[in-house]
Structure formats: structure tokens, C-alpha cells
Design a protein around this ligand. Structure first.
Ligand code: HEC
Length: 217
């Protein structure tokens, strides 16, 4: 049986009204999940809201490295122990977003690996001086999520137990209090709580992009 279009109109109108009423009835207070970039690895939490130790970040971009960076005046260091290596990792999608916009997107994750330094000069190797990084002993993590964290960024730390498989002991940690991590970052970091002043890999790429944008205008 065929309906003349004219007769379908009231039905369509009613359906339209119902759909709009349904959309309007959505509670206004409900927070929408932060928009995320395609393919970007996201933080994972357990059922209590604790952060699970991230996996797979070894393939992200290393934006900076430091050795023996301390937060107090230490005086001359032991020449045989320059301190702990830090490698700072960032998701490749967040890297690209920063390069094109100068901003860190929601769900940005920074991971700093902590690696003790070891003298490179060991028996049977060709190296005569300097230091190499021992296997990772811990992770420091910063996550940007304005919906989840009122301050915008939250900070976490994982300590690895030597000899235990990291993936088998996928521990979960709670965020630190503001005074433990956030405050120093907010006060001293160059851009949006991030110490971009130390990440030339990232800032050089951003500067090149800005110059390119300026010439293509
Ligand atoms: C007294 C200042 C200070 C405090 C407190 C501090 N940080 Fe940082 N943080 C730094 C500096 C300086 C860097 C630069 C890179 C480095 O450490 O090699 C940094 C870098 C980082 C980064 C890399 C991304 C970024 O923001 O630059 C993470 C992640 C991080 N810290 C986590 C933590 C965590 C977790 C805590 C608390 C347990 C903490 N930080 C406490 C000074 C601080």
C-alpha cells in the first residue's frame, strides 16, 4: 500500500518533536567525555579510579632528556655518579597537536622514565668513559584532563620492582596532592604546567611550524 506524502507529514512531525524533547531532557550537568585525538593512547584506570601503569609508551616521542636534575642546590657531584637519567615521553598525536596549535590537547600524557646512571666503562666493552642508563626503575606521569581533574593536570608515580615483570604487576596509583607535584609545575614550567623550556625537540618543531605558517599567509 502506498501513502501519499501529505499523509506522512503529521507522523514525521511528531517523531521530530519526540527526538528534540529527548535531546533536551539530557541532564545538563552530565560532563561530556573530553574530545580525544584519533589513535591517541589514553590513560587507563581501574574500577576505583586509580591510574594503571601505562604500557607501550616506549614507542612515543622522546621530547627531552636530563641527567641528575635535582630540586635543591646540591654542590659538586660525585664524578662517578652524575645522578638519574630522565627521558620524557609524549604521545605522537599530542606532539603533532602541540606543533600545529601550541597547545597540549586534552588527554595528553607525559611520562618520565627514571634510570640510574652506570659507568659505561665495563669489562669487555669498548667504551672508556661516560655513563649509560640502567633499566627503568620508575615512572613519573602527568595527565591533562580538565573534566576529571579540577586543576587540569594530575600527577602520578610508579616504582618498578627489580626482577618483576612490569606488565604482570600492572599496579594502579592515585594522583598526588597539589603541593607534591602540581604547585612546582604551575610556578616554574614554561607552558601550561609543562617544562617546555627543557624540551627543544618539541619547541623547535613548533617554531618551524610557526615560521612555515607565517610564510604561507
Ligand atoms: C620542585 C619542582 C618539581 C616538583 C615538586 C615536581 N616536578 Fe615534575 N618536573 C620538574 C622539572 C624541572 C621537570 C623537567 C624535566 C625533568 O625533570 O627532567 C619536570 C618534569 C616532569 C614531567 C614531564 C612533563 C612536564 O610537565 O614537563 C612529569 C610527568 C613530572 N615532572 C611529574 C612529576 C610528579 C609525578 C611529581 C610529584 C611526585 C613532580 N613532577 C614534582 C619539576 C618538579
Amino acid at each position: 500500500m502506498r501513502y501519499p506524502v501529505r499523509k506522512l507529514w503529521p507522523g514525521l512531525l511528531l517523531a521530530g518533536i519526540l527526538v528534540s524533547a529527548f535531546i533536551a531532557a539530557e541532564p545538563a550537568t552530565e560532563k561530556k567525555p573530553a574530545e580525544t585525538l584519533k589513535g591517541m593512547a589514553l590513560p587507563e584506570y581501574d574500577k576505583d579510579g586509580k591510574l594503571l601503569r601505562p604500557t607501550g609508551f616506549e614507542k612515543w616521542v622522546v621530547v627531552g632528556t636530563s641527567i641528575g636534575l635535582g630540586y635543591s642546590d646540591g654542590g659538586p657531584r660525585d664524578p662517578n655518579d652524575p645522578g638519574t637519567f630522565h627521558n620524557v615521553y609524549l604521545q605522537p598525536q599530542a606532539f603533532d597537536h602541540y606543533v600545529t596549535t601550541g597547545k597540549f590537547p586534552e588527554q595528553t600524557v607525559f611520562i618520565v622514565t627514571n634510570n640510574q646512571s652506570r659507568p659505561a666503562k665495563t669489562k669487555g666493552t669498548v667504551s672508556r668513559s661516560g655513563f649509560v642508563a640502567a633499566p627503568t626503575s620508575g615512572l613519573e606521569i602527568a595527565i591533562k584532563d580538565s573534566n576529571k581533574y579540577p586543576d587540569g593536570w594530575a600527577y602520578f608515580m610508579f616504582h618498578d620492582q627489580p626482577g618483576k615483570s612490569k606488565s604482570q604487576t600492572r599496579t594502579a596509583e592515585r594522583a598526588f596532592e597539589r603541593k607534591d607535584c602540581f604547585d612546582c609545575h604551575a610556578e616554574h614550567a614554561a607552558n601550561d604546567n609543562v617544562f617546555t623550556q627543557f624540551y627543544s625537540v618539541l619547541t623547535d618543531a613548533r617554531e618551524k611550524q610557526v615560521a612555515k605558517d607565517a610564510t604561507s599567509k
